[in-house]
Design a protein around this ligand. Structure first.
Ligand code: SF4
Ligand code: SF4
Length: 234
């Protein structure tokens, strides 16, 4: 995500939410005291940012239903092969191929990796608006499934990726074994980040997300194996 987009997102966020200036500087990449605190929770290694000058971690809690920014400013909705079947059925399609033809599009984008590598991803994405085109990929669109109450009209059968936000996740080869990693994505859209001296307030959340994130990785790996998505390292 470009710096300018993050700045614009933060400006919008600040219209409705009070953002800690320390966190704002961090999201804008202005802090020089950031280190990575890896913590293994079940089968996932979470990378939690730590600000050494503040002696504090950056943690997160969700403000839903007071906030639904992640659905209001959606960037893209890549689908797993399980999603294709479940969501297709939920939208009353008898054939998954008809669902794919009418409700999805194929997009290719580059994702910055946790190290110096970038990944070029190609996948089948759910249209966030019915007239969405490839040119809209990565732009902020209010998702058509967001209802008036701020909920998802497809819940609980919403796309797997919707359960991840604000985490991002990736797989790394650890001596021949796939290891699942995860960290926060700081897009400037989420008001839920806060500073804490300990990780305690987030322990239960990390346990819960560990299961979701691991499960998503397995499903996404299967999706790639089945030829419904592609990842190339550049
Ligand atoms: S933007 Fe953040 S606080 Fe708001 S609903 Fe999404 S995860 Fe929760
Ligand atoms: S599909 Fe549902 S959960 Fe996902 S962005 Fe749209 S409204 Fe939000």
């Amino acid at each position: 995500m470009f710096q300018k987009e993050i700045e614009e997102s933060l400006q919008l966020l600040e219209k409705n939410w009070q953002i800690d200036p320390v966190l704002k500087d961090f999201v804008l990449g202005k802090r020089t005291d950031v280190s990575d605190y890896p913590i293994k929770v079940k089968d996932v290694i979470f990378h939690i940012p730590y600000l050494s000058n503040e002696k504090k971690f950056i943690l997160w809690k969700c403000f839903w239903p007071d906030c639904h920014n992640c659905c209001d400013r959606q960037g893209r909705l890549p689908l797993t092969s399980d999603d294709l079947v479940t969501i297709g059925k939920g939208l009353k399609y008898q054939k998954t191929s008809d669902f794919i033809k009418k409700e999805t599009l194929i997009a290719t984008w580059q994702e910055a990796g946790p190290t110096l590598t970038n990944t070029v991803m190609t996948s089948i994405n759910l249209k966030r608006k019915l007239d969405e085109t490839e040119a809209d990929d990565g732009t902020h669109i209010s998702c058509r499934f967001l209802n008036k109450e701020g909920g998802c009209s497809m819940h609980p059968d919403r796309p797997g990726v919707c359960y991840l936000y604000p985490f991002s996740t990736w797989l790394e080869n650890d001596n021949g074994r796939a290891r699942v990693h995860s960290t926060f994505q700081f897009t400037g859209d989420c008001p839920g980040f806060y500073l804490s001296e300990t990780l305690d307030p987030m322990k239960e959340v990390l346990k819960e997300y560990s299961i979701t994130i691991y499960d998503y990785n397995m499903k996404y790996t299967r999706t790639t194996r089945e030829g419904f998505s592609l990842a190339n390292f550049v």
